[in-house]
Design a protein around this ligand. Structure first.
Ligand code: UD1
Length: 426
């Protein structure tokens, strides 16, 4: 696999806006599904074949993390990886790699489950507000691990993991996944109460069950895990990326286009599709995807980002970009993270009239004609919001710091060009 790119990459996107996007986009495998799958493969010495792997930077970061543990990651097809963790030699990845992505902390649950000890630094990831890891650590402790901390490096040690009833203070996605990874090797039954319900949690449960785990209830707030003595290899296909699909849905809506999102799963996107419908966007379910189009005006709406099945916080910034084109005042409430409206300043540079009432509420005052400008992608979804705004704007927009977009969107520029966008990577 390619070496992780440097953060100071100078590449930027040049986008000439104003073209309706039409045609078909194939939705790639999900970023937030493939990363836990790669971590889960550490639970067994046997090979795990992961199919439908998106070509994104976060997969390359996770590859480097897994390889730092003496496991191997082999690319055997364009979208297939084989992870082999037959001879692990480390208790955890080096801090320098952990700072790249938040999902690196999933190695903690997997290694704790596999070898009874694990260590990891406080993980990096998008700057969207406070991102504690107390639910992860409390879960490990409840399973019988002793938690230590030295600087920003955490250790977990357990001669023997025991199943427990674990209440999550918050239905954290990675927290739930981390506890699932460790608990499938604990003795006896674990019940995670107030578990995250995201489709990616369900997917991880499916993969672990294929590996021999006994997990039920994933996709509800109560997950039951009966520990098993060992896990074996498996083959699994990563579920489609509902956030990538949502981003292209908004691209169709904001450009007054008509896109077929091949392989998107509407059942994973109920909240978004409902809100798009409310705003006047036409959404049609297809046997193998979703068709999204708009020909009439956009209505203003109120949206709130919530844990699943609420509207995904990762869609909040892209929807804000869309609502700059709605005929009236829209309200956005971010209820998952406490600092995820930083993109508003960048949208304002393009002419959007948005005020933030607090760190978590934005009011999009009225419809404004967006104009090309020079802006910065502040994180992966903030960057997506700017790409969407640029597609609808008059003139040329330069989007800098696009390494954030490359972390989570597979071949974004190529896919957009395929449906009629004028976008160049410079
Ligand atoms: C995951 C996703 C990210 C998405 C987020 C919310 C991955 C790799 N990333 O991140 O794209 O935006 O879910 O859908 O899957 N919290 C606590 N205690 C904890 C952990 C979290 O209070 O121990 C709080 C956080 O402060 C935040 C909220 O939970 O307010 C959501 O965080 P969480 O669900 O943990 O997000 P991630 O799993 O990090």
């Amino acid at each position: 696999m390619q070496t992780p790119a440097l953060r100071n990459s100078t590449a930027h996107f040049e986008i000439e806006g104003g073209r309706p996007l039409t045609g078909e986009v194939r939705i790639s495998g999900g970023k937030n599904a493939v990363l836990p799958a790669m971590a889960a493969a550490l639970l067994t010495p046997e090979p795990c074949v992961i199919e439908n792997v998106p070509s994104i930077q976060d997969v390359r970061f996770m590859t480097a993390i897994i390889e730092s543990l003496s496991a191997t990651v082999e690319q055997t097809g364009e979208e297939t990886l084989v992870v082999r963790a037959d001879s692990l030699t480390e208790s955890g990845p080096p801090g320098s790699l952990v700072s790249n992505i938040r999902a690196s902390f999933l190695t903690m649950g997997a290694l704790l489950g596999r070898q009874g000890e694990a260590s990891c630094n406080f993980p990096g990831g998008d700057v969207v507000g406070q991102r504690p890891i107390d639910t992860h650590l409390a879960g490990f402790a409840a399973l019988g691990a002793t938690i230590g901390v030295d600087g920003d490096r955490f250790t977990a040690q357990a001669g023997h993991l025991r199943g427990a009833r674990i209440f999550m203070d918050y239905p954290s996605v990675l927290g739930t996944e981390n506890v699932m990874l460790a608990a499938c090797r604990a003795e006896g039954r674990t019940v995670i109460v107030n578990a995250a319900m995201e489709p990616e949690v369900v997917f991880l449960g499916e993969m672990l069950n294929r590996m021999g785990a006994r997990i039920s209830g994933a996709g509800t707030h109560s997950i039951e895990i009966d520990g098993v003595g060992e896990l074996h290899g498996c083959t699994i296909r990563v579920i489609p990326d509902r956030i990538e699909a949502g981003t292209y849905a908004v691209a169709a809506a904001i450009t007054q286009g008509d896109l077929v999102l091949r392989e998107a799963r509407p059942r994973d996107m109920d909240a978004l599709l409902a809100k798009l419908g409310e705003a006047g966007v036409t959404v049609q379910e297809l046997p193998d995807g979703i068709r999204v189009s708009r020909s009439g005006p956009l209505r203003p709406i109120h949206v709130q980002a919530l844990p699943y099945p609420g509207l995904a916080t990762d869609m909040q910034a892209p929807i804000a970009a869309l609502l700059t084109q709605a005929d009236g005042t829209s309200y956005i409430h971010e209820r998952v993270f406490d600092n995820r409206l930083r993109y508003v300043d960048e949208l304002r540079k393009m002419g959007a009239e948005i005020i933030t009432v607090s760190g978590t509420t934005a009011v999009i005052l009225r419809q404004t004609a967006l104009a090309g400008s020079a802006v910065r992608a502040l994180d992966v979804r903030a960057g997506a919001a700017l790409v969407l705004a640029a597609l609808a704007a008059r003139g040329r927009t330069s989007i800098h710091d696009i390494y954030h977009l490359d972390r989570g969107y597979a071949r974004l520029d190529e896919k957009l060009r395929g449906v009629g966008a004028a976008i160049e990577r410079c």
